[in-house]
Design a protein around this ligand. Structure first.
Ligand SMILES: Cc1cc2nc3c(=O)[nH]c(=O)nc-3n(C[C@H](O)[C@H](O)[C@H](O)COP(=O)(O)OP(=O)(O)OC[C@H]3O[C@@H](n4cnc5c(N)ncnc54)[C@H](O)[C@@H]3O)c2cc1C
Ligand code: SF4
Length: 427
């Protein structure tokens, strides 16, 4: 088994990329392009690989998706472009993600600028948060000639691409190289600068013509069970596996609480760093799990066990005390509400317990008194918040549907166009 701390898929060789790109039918009104949330012209970039024009291929991708290197690695392509590829029905779909990575690796290796930037407009935009939404917005605004400063509270840019997506899928240096690429477009990225704390919204509105909020979500919530101090935070565990792998806690038996993609990622790391028994504990059934089906299949093949209809009630030195659950009528979320089965308590022995139960709603929403939708920042179709001259995008606005990197990039791109139209009087 490959370890958790190196990238899973090898790059395609030049010959492999050529063979794969020549399989593409270059469909008219291509379903793969329609299925991509950023609508990359996929047949066009693939055809350019087939003709040896890697610069043109990379620029076709950048035109629609500035973070093409990250998306090539982290996008759930089975559910998106590759899932829609017409060749999927009879043969194998085109390996669109890996071809995109081929073009993006070339761009990174050669220091290719994604596009030329327009002459300076004299207009200034502040971006709060250097994750995929903020970087995309900043880069596309720079293309229009606006002066952009990104304020990022963490020491490194990249958001969850740097801190949250496991190395198996995306090494840290890929995310950091994208931050550098955005900087080379003339964008200033100030790290260690927290909007709402070290820099206030009033400061930003006084110094800038427009503000884009792309601060993602909050911290992992509390489970509220005794012994919680023994439980590791899944996001911190993943971050450590990426940035300080030498001090990552390792154990023979690990319990992971949760059923989303973060839980899958934590279980993967635990398994690949030596745990012989990894158990995912979830209070509903597999049908209600929010992780992608292909991720659940993957983790099963990794040898991870599932304890569904199981609720943790206490963490102890011996492991996780749990109770069996049964499903009843639907709750407010529309999903069947679980309730405990009396007398069914048991101990799941585990040396390490990790919680991966999602993230709090964006704290900036309440902090800035913005209108919200289920706790997320409410925006209109042009990404405008309830505060004048303030736009928002990415995870912090995603009240419905699965949050993903590519959706955040699309928000950033469309918000940049909306801000540009406002700054240039609707031109
Ligand atoms: C464990 C995990 C695994 C994932 N795996 C995948 C995957 O495989 N594929 C996929 O498509 N998606 C995945 N996602 C989701 C994806 O990472 C997010 O949808 C995406 O990163 C959202 O981008 P964003 O820019 O909105 O927010 P973020 O990436 O969260 O970036 C927000 C940035 O804002 C900064 N910030 C926060 N508050 C402030 C403030 N007040 N001032 C300044 N800066 C601030 C943060 O430090 C952060 O850098 C995963 C998420 C997690 C948690
Ligand atoms: S659907 Fe498949 S075959 Fe058609 S253009 Fe897209 S990648 Fe090529």
């Amino acid at each position: 088994m490959a370890d958790a701390l190196t990238e899973h898929l090898p790059p395609l060789s030049g010959q492999e990329a050529l063979v794969e790109s020549n399989r593409c039918l270059y469909c008219y009104d291509a379903p793969c392009t329609r299925a991509c949330p950023t609508h990359i012209d996929i047949p066009r970039f693939i055809r350019k690989i087939a003709t040896g024009n890697l610069t043109g291929s990379a620029r076709t991708i950048f035109d629609a998706n500035l973070l093409g290197a990250t998306c090539a690695r982290v996008c759930p392509v089975q559910e998106l472009c590759e899932g829609a590829c017409v060749l999927g029905a009879d043969h194998k779909p085109i390996a669109i993600g890996r071809l995109q990575r081929h073009a993006m690796d070339y761009a990174a290796r050669t220091g290719l600028a994604p596009f030329a930037t327009a002459p300076a407009t004299g207009r200034r935009v502040a971006v709060a948060g250097a994750g995929p939404a903020g970087l995309a917005c900043a880069g596309y605004l720079a293309r229009h000639g606006h002066a952009v400063t990104v304020f990022e509270k963490r020491p490194l840019g990249g958001g969850l691409s740097t801190y949250g997506i496991i190395v198996l899928r995306e090494p840290v240096d890929i995310a950091l190289a994208e931050v550098e690429m955005i900087r080379r477009l003339g964008v200033s990225v100030e790290t260690g600068a927290e909007v709402g704390s070290s820099i206030t919204m009033d400061d930003l509105l006084a110094r800038f013509d427009a503000v884009f909020l792309s601060a993602g979500l909050g911290a992992t919530p509390q489970l509220g069970i005794p012994g919680e101090e023994r439980i590791l935070d899944g996001l911190a565990y993943i971050e450590q596996s990426k940035l300080a792998p030498e001090s990552l806690p390792r154990a023979g038996s690990v319990a992971v609480i949760g059923a989303g993609n973060t839980a899958i990622d934590c279980a993967t790391i635990a398994r690949r760093t030596g745990a012989t028994r990894v158990t995912i504990v979830y209070r509903r059934t597999e049908r209600e799990m929010t992780a992608y089906p292909h991720e659940i299949d993957f983790i099963r093949r990794e040898g991870v066990e599932f304890r569904t209809l199981t609720q943790p009630i206490r963490a102890t030195e011996a492991g996780l005390e749990c109770v069996r659950m049964q499903l009843g009528d639907p709750d407010a979320s529309g999903r069947a509400a679980p309730s405990p089965v009396r007398g069914s308590e048991f101990l799941l022995s585990a040396e390490l317990i990790i919680k991966a139960i999602g993230q709090h709603r964006p704290p900036l929403a309440a902090q800035l008194g913005l209108d919200t939708d289920r706790g997320f920042i409410r925006v209109n179709s042009g990404y405008e918040t309830s505060l004048a001259r303030v736009w928002a995008g990415g995870d912090c606005i995603r009240a419905r549907g699965a949050a993903s990197t590519v959706m955040a990039v699309q928000d950033g791109k469309l918000a940049a166009e909306a801000i540009h139209r406002t700054l240039t009087g609707g031109a």
